[in-house]
Ligand binder design. Structure first.
Ligand code: SAH
Ligand code: SF4
Ligand code: F3S
Length: 482
């Protein structure tokens, strides 16, 4: 799934959501010749959610301010960084394997520094330095401003650690260095941390308290991206619907619906997406704002986690099946063309067979265009780890997960077949993976559409494409005009 794949500086990442969570990489020519550095290079690999990828761009910006330049060649790096994820055990295992590789490089090239950033750094803290002797730096998600200091210390041979979480840090003033750049789409972090306490989830422990970023800095980042040719921004937060920023000058409070509108007004040709929405917080005001602006994409990632109310209660999601269904109905009522996707956990503590079946039926009922699906992985320190035995056997978890995946593939195919013959406005992102004779782009519903190139079109252009064939993952079409 999407936490097991790294992205490298200078290598373009595509999180192809239609492929159910896999990440694909496409080579892009390296551009190592940057003027004005200190002659040193950093290499950064990112795992986990979009927020981590976005944080890596903040880190890159902080390092470039002190003269470090990005490289995509490990062997060339003076500083190797890995931005880590703790969400499931497997994500942490992947990072440990990568650290072994980095250790070998360090042995071959003494003086190379290795730093661990992100959620695993925050979770394991100083233990990292004890367990992984070759790690020089351990830096939590709120401490990236301290990187230059810690790197300077490490250059003198000291081990450095800063895992302090903050109630204020939003990196609002730092202009991210776009790493995996297609020049068309970009992430903008609008908040950090999470105040929900979903019992399965490690994020509140690794990312700290929720805080929202100054809305004016968000709008100016969006405007700057538009002026540089970008045509789509994705507003990121663990729970974007609880975005709330109070202007210190006049005490006015800006909520998520208002923020969406402010960003939508930057330019009608700048598309807005956002992730992730929490079913307990998504309001009709947000839905009406989406309906009002053509450039706010008609797509909502609304993780259900489980379709059964008893399991949802144990998960501490603070909504039940009925509430969730009410929100889905509201979405389809206010925005009929909206696509909805989900995150689902199979085999949570105590899950019974009939409870699992309610998750399968939810996939069908909600008509998800796609989902990210996982089996439950107990995380140390979480509410669930302390309170409930992880008692669904692994083979049962895997079988249930497979049933959910199969149902989702069937529903995705049905969803896509309903698009046959329709014409969509598509934002061209670049060449398709398989052929440079085809472009790929997304429609408002976040579906990837592949179509033959025609003269005069380039990435960043909008074009109308008529869907001529589909699979459960992708739409194929041809340029057409409505
Ligand atoms: N903030 C987002 C989710 C972030 S984590 C939200 O509230 O929806 C991304 C997804 O990972 C979660 O939605 C959940 O489906 C999955 N996940 C989180 N903890 C997990 C665990 N312990 N085991 C398996 N999957 C987990
Ligand atoms: Fe985790 Fe829940 Fe917060 Fe999402 S909302 S990050 S699942 S605690
Ligand atoms: Fe992973 Fe941290 Fe994101 S645990 S999913 S990288 S917030």
């Amino acid at each position: 799934m999407y936490d097991n794949n790294p992205t490298l500086v200078g290598i373009k990442k595509e999180i192809d959501e239609t492929k159910q969570g896999q990440v694909f990489f496409q080579e892009k020519p390296a551009n190592e010749a940057v003027e004005g550095g200190n002659g040193k290079h950093f290499y950064i690999e990112s795992y986990g959610c979009a927020m981590n990828f976005s944080d890596s761009e903040i880190v890159a910006s902080i390092l470039s301010d002190v003269g470090y330049r990005p490289t995509r060649q490990l062997e060339m790096a003076d500083l190797i960084l890995v931005n880590t994820c703790s969400i499931r055990e497997k994500a942490e295992e992947t990072v440990r394997q990568r650290l072994n590789v980095f250790s070998k490089i360090k042995r071959r090239k003494p003086g190379t520094m290795v730093g661990v950033l992100g959620c695993m750094a925050e979770r394991l803290k100083a233990k990292f330095l004890e367990e992984e002797k070759l790690v020089d730096l351990v830096i939590g998600p709120d401490a990236y401003r301290d990187l230059p200091n810690l790197v300077a210390g490490a250059e003198e041979g000291e081990k450095g650690i800063n895992v302090l979480l903050s109630r204020e840090e939003t990196y609002a003033d730092i202009s991210p260095m776009r790493l995996d750049d297609n020049g068309v789409t970009a992430f903008i972090s609008i908040m950090r941390g999470c105040d929900n306490m979903c019992s399965f989830c490690v994020v509140p422990f690794t990312r700290g308290r929720e805080r929202s970023r100054d809305c004016f800095s968000i709008v100016s980042e969006a405007r700057d991206l538009y002026e540089r040719g970008y045509r789509e921004v994705t507003l990121l937060g663990q729970n974007v619907d609880s975005y709330k920023w109070q202007n210190p000058e006049n005490e006015e409070v800006v909520n998520f619906a208002q923020l969406l509108e402010m960003v939508a007004l930057v330019h009608p040709d700048l598309r807005i997406r956002f992730s992730t929405s929490h079913p307990k917080d998504i309001t009709d005001e947000v839905l009406h704002t989406m309906a009002r602006y053509e450039n706010i994409c008609k797509y909502i990632h609304l993780p259900v986690q489980s379709g059964n109310s008893v399991v949802l209660e144990r998960m501490n999601r603070t909504y039940d099946r009925e509430w969730y269904m009410d929100r889905v109905r509201a979405i389809y009522r206010i925005i009929p063309e909206c696509a909805i996707s989900s995150d689902i956990i199979a085999g949570f503590c105590g899950e019974q067979e009939h409870e699992h079946q309610e998750t399968v039926s939810m996939v069908d009922w909600a008509n998800y265009s796609m989902s990210y699906m996982f089996f439950y992985s107990e995380r140390p320190g979480t509410l669930a780890a302390r309170k409930y035995p992880d008692d669904v056997p692994l083979e049962v978890k895997k079988r249930r997960l497979q049933e959910i995946v199969d149902k989702q593939s069937e529903v995705s195919l049905r969803h896509n077949k309903a698009d046959l013959g329709k014409t969509f406005k598509v934002l061209i992102e670049g060449d398709s993976k398989k052929s440079n004779k085809d472009f790929k782009g997304r429609n408002s519903q976040n579906k990837m559409i592949i179509f033959p190139k025609i003269d005069g079109l380039k990435p960043g252009d909008y074009i109308w494409v008529k869907v001529t064939s589909v699979t459960s993952a992708t739409l194929m079409g041809e340029v057409s005009f409505p």
